[in-house]
Design a protein around this ligand. Structure first.
Ligand code: ADP
Ligand code: MG
Length: 478
C-alpha cells in the first residue's frame, strides 16, 4: 500500500493486483468527494453538475493524486478544460494532501446514478420521436423578447451583419449558407441571432427554427453519448429547417464534438438547411478547430460586428431611453457614449443603473448624479489591471528583472516574488489558473494554485510579506 508524504494512508489500490474496479475509497476520500459534490452543485448549478460532475467515478488515489474516470474522451476533454482546475481546488481545500486530479477514460464505467436519473427524464422525449415542434421546444434555447430587429440600432460597425441577417430572412431561397457572424463580446451577436429567429417564426411559421447556444449543443450531445444514442441526436437536427448555434467558439478544442458538429453540419447543408452561426472571432482565427470545419464554416458569408462607434453608442442610448420611458438629458447620454466604450452590454448596464437610481431617489438625472452613481464603473474603465503590469510592479518592488517572472529559476528570492505576482494576478484579474500559468513562463495551473495557497498562508504568518502584498495591491489598484 502506498502512503502519502505525511504518512496518511490514502490507498487501497495501486499495488498492482488490485484493479480499479475494487477500489474502495477510504472514508477520508469519500468525504472529500462528498464535499466536492456539494460545492460543485452550489457553484455551477444542477444542470452542469449532472452533466459533468456526476458522471465522474472515483477510481484510485495515490501519492496525492486523485484519479477519476469518465466514460468518454469527449467528457474528459471538456471537464479537463472547464472544470478540473476548480474541482482540484475544492479537493485541495478539503484535504491538503491532494495535489493532482487525474482524469482517465474508462469506457465501460458508465456512471451509476446515485440519486435520480436524468437519462430517464430527458431521453423519453427525445426517443419518442416527437414531432419537430416538440423537439424544438425541448432543445431550443429560449429567445429574448427584447432581441428583435425593431430594437436593433444599426451603425457602421454592425451594418454588414445586420444587412446579411435582413437579407437572409427576406429571401425565399438561401442567399448564403452558412451565415457566420462574428464579433467581440457584448456587441450584439446574440441580439441579431434572436432577431432572425423571431422574424422567421413570425413570417415562416412552417419552418422549424432551432436556436441554441454551443454550450447547450454540447450538453445535448453529451446526454446522447451517455445514453449511447448519438443516432437520435443526429435525427433531431435533421428535422430542423434553420439551425442557429450561438458562440460556436465553445466547440473549438473538443475533438469529438467537433467531429459530430462537422457531420451534422455537412448533413444539414447537403439537405439544404440554413445554418447560422455566431462566434467571437472569424473562422480563420479560431484555434483548435479542425481544418475541414474551419473551411466549411467560411463557405457562405462571413460577416463581422466591429467595436462600436460613438454614434452607434449614442443612438443605442437614445433608443433605450425611449424604451425605459425615463427622462434623461442628452448630455448624460453623450457622457455615457463617450465613457463606456467597451461594449453595448456595459453601456446598457450603466444606463439601467442611472434609471434605477432615479426611480428610487426620485431625483432628476443630471450629469453630476450620473458621475456619482457610476464612479466605480468609470474608474474600472479607466484602469484595467493587466498581468504585464502586475509582473512589472512586483519585479520592480523586489529589484528583479521582468524576465524573472517567466524564468525557470527557482531560488527563493525569485520564486517568492513570482508566487506573489501569481497571487495578485488571481486576485486582481479575471484570468483563469491555466492562463496565469501560461503567462508565467508556461507553468502548469497546479503551480499557480500552489503559489496562491502558499502566499495566502504566508500572509497569515509573515507580517512583512503581508505588508509587501498590501502595498503592491494598493499601487496596482491605485
Ligand atoms: P453578444 O452576443 O455579441 O455578446 P448581445 O447580443 O448579448 O451581445 O448584446 C448585448 C446587449 O447589447 C444586449 O442587451 C443587446 O440587446 C444590446 N445590443 C447589442 N447590439 C445592439 C444594437 N445594435 N442595438 C440595440 N441594442 C444592442
Ligand atoms: Mg452572445
Amino acid at each position: 500500500m502506498l502512503q502519502t508524504k505525511n504518512n496518511k494512508s490514502y490507498l487501497n489500490v495501486v499495488d498492482g493486483n488490485q484493479t480499479p474496479e475494487n477500489f474502495q475509497p477510504t472514508p477520508e476520500i469519500t468525504n472529500v468527494w462528498k464535499t466536492v459534490y456539494k460545492n460543485f452543485r452550489s457553484e455551477f448549478g444542477e444542470a452542469v453538475f449532472r452533466s459533468w460532475l456526476k458522471p465522474l467515478t472515483l477510481q484510485a488515489s495515490y501519492h496525492g493524486t486523485l484519479e477519476v474516470s469518465v466514460p468518454t474522451r469527449f467528457m474528459k476533454d471538456w471537464i479537463q478544460t472547464n472544470y478540473a482546475p476548480r474541482i482540484l481546488e475544492m479537493c485541495m481545500d478539503k484535504d491538503s494532501n491532494i495535489s493532482r486530479l487525474e482524469i482517465v477514460v474508462i469506457q465501460k464505467a458508465m456512471p451509476i446514478d446515485l440519486d435520480d436519473s436524468d437519462a430517464e427524464t430527458v431521453s423519453p422525449a427525445i426517443k419518442a420521436n416527437a414531432n419537430a415542434l416538440a423537439q424544438e421546444v425541448e432543445l431550443s434555447s429560449p429567445l429574448d423578447p427584447r432581441f428583435k430587429f425593431e430594437n436593433f440600432v444599426v451603425g457602421t460597425s454592425n451594418a454588414l451583419s445586420h444587412a446579411a441577417a435582413q437579407r437572409l430572412v427576406k429571401s425565399e431561397s438561401m442567399p448564403f449558407n452558412p451565415l457566420f457572424i462574428y464579433g467581440g463580446v457584448g456587441l450584439g451577436k446574440t441580439h441579431l441571432m434572436h432577431a432572425i429567429a423571431w422574424d422567421l417564426r413570425e413570417n415562416h411559421p412552417e419552418k422549424t427554427v432551432m436556436y441554441l447556444s454551443a454550450e447547450k449543443f454540447m450538453f445535448q450531445f453529451v446526454k446522447s453519448l451517455r445514453a449511447k444514442d448519438t443516432m437520435t441526436f443526429k435525427e433531431l437536427f435533421r428535422s430542423v429547417d434553420v439551425l442557429m448555434i450561438d458562440d460556436v467558439q465553445f466547440i473549438s478544442g473538443k475533438e469529438s464534438t467537433q467531429e459530430e458538429f462537422f457531420h451534422t453540419f455537412n448533413a444539414l447543408i447537403d439537405q439544404n438547411k440554413q445554418i447560422i452561426i455566431s462566434a467571437d472571432r472569424a473562422p480563420n482565427d479560431m484555434q483548435g478547430i479542425d481544418d475541414r470545419l474551419r473551411s466549411r464554416l467560411s463557405w457562405g458569408l462571413v460577416a463581422d460586428i466591429q467595436p462600436t462607434t460613438y454614434e452607434l453608442r449614442f443612438g443605442i442610448l437614445k433608443a433605450k431611453r425611449e424604451m425605459l420611458g425615463v427622462e434623461i438629458p442628452d448630455v448624460v447620454l453623450e457622457f455615457l457614449a463617450l465613457k463606456v466604450t467597451s461594449n453595448i452590454r456595459e453601456l446598457e448596464g450603466a444606463l439601467n443603473r442611472i434609471a434605477a437610481h432615479a426611480d428610487i431617489s426620485k431625483d432628476p438625472i443630471t450629469l453630476e448624479t450620473t458621475q456619482n452613481i457610476l464612479r466605480d464603473l468609470l474608474r474600472s474603465h479607466d484602469r484595467r489591471i493587466t498581468i504585464d503590469e502586475i509582473q512589472r510592479r512586483v519585479a520592480e518592488h523586489y529589484n528583479l528583472k521582468i524576465s524573472d517572472m517567466h524564468s525557470a529559476r527557482r531560488s527563493r528570492n525569485v520564486a517568492r516574488p513570482r508566487q506573489i505576482a501569481m497571487y495578485l494576478t488571481k486576485q486582481l484579474t479575471a484570468r483563469s489558473l491555466p492562463e496565469i500559468g501560461r503567462k508565467f513562463g508556461g507553468r502548469d495551473h497546479t503551480t499557480v494554485m500552489h503559489a496562491v495557497r502558499k502566499v495566502e498562508e504566508l500572509i497569515e504568518e509573515d507580517a512583512s510579506l503581508a505588508q509587501d502584498v498590501d502595498v503592491l495591491r494598493r499601487t496596482l489598484t491605485g
